[in-house]
Design a protein around this ligand. Sequence first.
Ligand code: FAD
Length: 430
Amino acid sequence: MKKVIITGAGLGGLIAAANLAKNGYNVTIFEQKQRDELGYDWRDTLVKDVFARSGVPKPSELQFEPHVKVCYRNPKKTMKLVTLEEPSELVVNIDRQFLAEHLVSYAEMCGVRIKFGTKVVSAIVENNKVKGVATEDEEFFCDLVVDACGMHSAVRDSLPDNCGIVKTTEKTDTLYTYRAYYERLSDEMSDPPFHFYFYHNRRKGIDWVITDNKYIDILVGSFSPLSQQDIDEAVEDFRKEFPYMGEKLVRGGQTATIPLGRTFPVIVYDGYAAVGDSAVMIEPLSGSGMTQSMLGGKILADTVVEIGMDELTKENLWKYQYRYFKEIAEKNLPDDVIKGFLSDATPDDVDYLMESHILTEKEFSGGSDIKLTVSEILKKLKALLKRPMLLIKIAKLGINMLKIKKACELMPENYDEGAIEVWKEKYLAI
Ligand SMILES: Cc1cc2nc3c(=O)[nH]c(=O)nc-3n(C[C@H](O)[C@H](O)[C@H](O)COP(=O)(O)OP(=O)(O)OC[C@H]3O[C@@H](n4cnc5c(N)ncnc54)[C@H](O)[C@@H]3O)c2cc1C
């Protein structure tokens, strides 16, 4: 029976663990936190059918709350662009602590052993192969290490530099967040309930305020490290706009980081595979990674089962990486190019794009499927001609959309070091 060690009881790790244990694998998870510390003290959004697709039981409908319409705001707050269509019923909010416990119980039921309060400090690498992991006190050996340690993975970072694994890229930004639920002082609701701010207070980043039935849910997100002053200024400004947001913290009130950007181009090595945030399996614009991490965990488990008695080499594990890219990561790449554009854009650029109707409700509603009439395109072009520098940035965005599609076609289906190097270079150059 093959032995698998999973580092981190995050979503991707737990899904991979449960599906491998169901297929007879000997699976142990090392998690640095205690069981009751897992998850976050708030609710987040995922796609409801992810449970069926990742082979775990769906929680009761009572655990889900519907997603709501979103109003997009520019840095000057002169515009309110509300999405046109009703939110999909498939997109729901779920309590992160509940979700963590739901997946932990299921993994244990499938036979996974979880060692809580055990921090992994590094991978054990011998003869260019990952053989196991080291904690502060002991070494543990196995046939495969699944790195599900999240964005700041000590396991990934301990791998030798020549292993081909990409540990960090300039294409991946960090979103530094503060998330909190404040008390509601009245029954007043914002319309729509979800307000999403670009460059709030002219700080490069994204913020939100959601008026929930019970509380006011806020996120302050910055592309550079958040200071207490940034948080205080954002909260104060939200209180002015939503006077029914009280002082009392009801849940959360903590800072955390999220990766923003594209999935790392190489996520497997001999005896090693990364899943979830440690491989940057996220939606590049929002940093949402729950659905992607869970699906990544399932694809990894399915691939390992398919590999069967053969060795878990990088050549064999490449099938996992290829499937993840073809089924999930590639669809998110246009958003990653938009993220690159937004990181380059100034608050004035964003104000101009929204105030001069280059970005309208239609763009925020339709995603990449949006269809514009000729007259709409001409109006936008006319407005852009008044800002040549912005026009150049938008032209670059269009070219990069085409380039990233072409780069993906270069990803080899089978492991081939030379072809991977070519693909990696093109993928990261855009
Ligand atoms: C404020 C905020 C809001 C978010 N909102 C959303 C949202 O609405 N929708 C969405 O889809 N996503 C959202 N996300 C992102 C989402 O939380 C992540 O993408 C997802 O949790 C990634 O899962 P993962 O499998 O990589 O594991 P993680 O959740 O990152 O968990 C990793 C686990 O590994 C453990 N670990 C780390 N290092 C070690 C070590 N050395 N040894 C042992 N254990 C270790 C950690 O303790 C942790 O339990 C949000 C994140 C934040 C911070």
